[in-house]
Design a protein around this ligand. Structure first.
Ligand SMILES: *[C@@H]1O[C@H](CO)[C@@H](O)[C@H](O)[C@H]1NC(C)=O
Ligand SMILES: *[C@@H]1O[C@H](CO)[C@@H](O)[C@H](O)[C@H]1NC(C)=O
Ligand SMILES: *[C@@H]1O[C@H](CO)[C@@H](O)[C@H](O)[C@H]1NC(C)=O
Ligand SMILES: *[C@@H]1O[C@H](CO)[C@@H](O)[C@H](O)[C@H]1NC(C)=O
Ligand SMILES: [Zn+2]
Length: 254
């Protein structure tokens, strides 16, 4: 993370420093939005080209608007928030909270889970709480979550089941085992529970996991007032809803 921010800042400086000689459109300083159409960036296909050009445009726009921003950021980070969200492309935390690089420490996975046996999410929680020093941790579910829908369908098979994407169960074993706790949670809900109920109960279960983790328990024992919250993002309105699950040092169990 640090490395990629540093690399990005370095790229931006290099590109700016060298632009007058290599811009290709008569030289001179880059004009707003005018640099990228000329920039020679070419990905190996139209998908990578689109994103590399978009990055080029963003880096120049950002640097032009606030010349110290990227350099300043390259020196360190001090985000107040750890966001534990879903991998879904429609829930990009920095965009939907009107934030900037450096504002949010992030972990995203299928269905925003924090299993207490998962090194990946717990390493992020450990680093964010004990090293970066975030003051707030938020677990964020979202409506129409594919993970919650898969768990729901596993418990309430639809009349016309989806075609399997592969005949080889070992191919999807990671997905199946990742979703197992969510399927168990769904089975424990009343029969009339909806997919959105699964989403909300899952956020509550993951808030519990964060709170019960030795990381948060130790932070609280050390007097760090880390707060843990649970939110749901509504894809249709673009709004975040606080589920009122906030836990603080006062909830320390010992
Ligand atoms: C500009 O480009 C040259 C190569 O053309 C490179 O050697 C140099 O390091 C670049 N300038 C900066 C500031 O990075
Ligand atoms: C890339 O090209 C293909 C085929 O022309 C097209 O279907 C696709 O939408 C393009 N993707 C992007 C990101 O431009
Ligand atoms: C530079 O970063 C510090 C935190 O590291 C921040 O407080 C300050 O506002 C930043 N300045 C600019 C110009 O972005
Ligand atoms: C689900 O069923 C229970 C009774 O089993 C009932 O109390 C509850 O209101 C129902 N919920 C919904 C959303 O229909
Ligand atoms: Zn999702």
């Amino acid at each position: 993370m640090k490395f990629s921010l540093l690399a990005l800042a370095t790229l931006a400086i290099t590109a700016l420093a060298n632009n007058s000689g290599g811009g290709g459109s008569g030289g001179g300083a880059p004009s707003s939005g005018g640099y990228c159409p000329d920039c020679k960036i070419q990905g190996v296909n139209n998908v990578t080209t689109k994103f590399l050009k978009g990055n080029c445009k963003w880096a120049h726009k950002t640097d032009k608007k606030d010349p110290n921003f990227l350099i300043n950021l390259s020196k360190g980070q001090n985000p107040p928030l750890l966001w534990i969200g879903c991998s879904d492309s429609r829930v990009p935390e920095t965009v939907i909270t009107n934030s900037r690089p450096g504002d949010i420490f992030v972990h995203r996975n299928i269905a925003n889970m924090v299993p207490l046996t998962d090194d990946n999410s717990l390493a992020v929680l450990d680093y964010a709480v004990l090293h970066v020093g975030v003051s707030d941790v938020v677990v964020v579910g979202h409506t129409k979550c594919g993970g919650a829908t898969a768990a729901y369908n596993a418990v309430h098979p639809p009349a016309t089941p989806a075609e399997p994407v592969t005949d080889d169960p070992s191919v999807e074993s990671h997905l199946t085992s990742w979703l197992a706790p969510l399927i168990a949670l769904t089975k424990a809900l009343p029969g009339n529970a909806t997919i959105e109920d699964v989403v909300e109960h899952n956020v509550a279960a993951q808030v519990d996991n964060v709170v019960q983790s030795p990381i948060v328990q130790n932070a609280w024992k050390q007097g760090k007032d880390v707060r843990v919250h649970g939110w749901v993002y509504d894809l249709e309105t673009g709004l975040l809803h606080d589920l009122g699950l906030t836990r603080t040092k006062a909830d320390c169990t010992d």
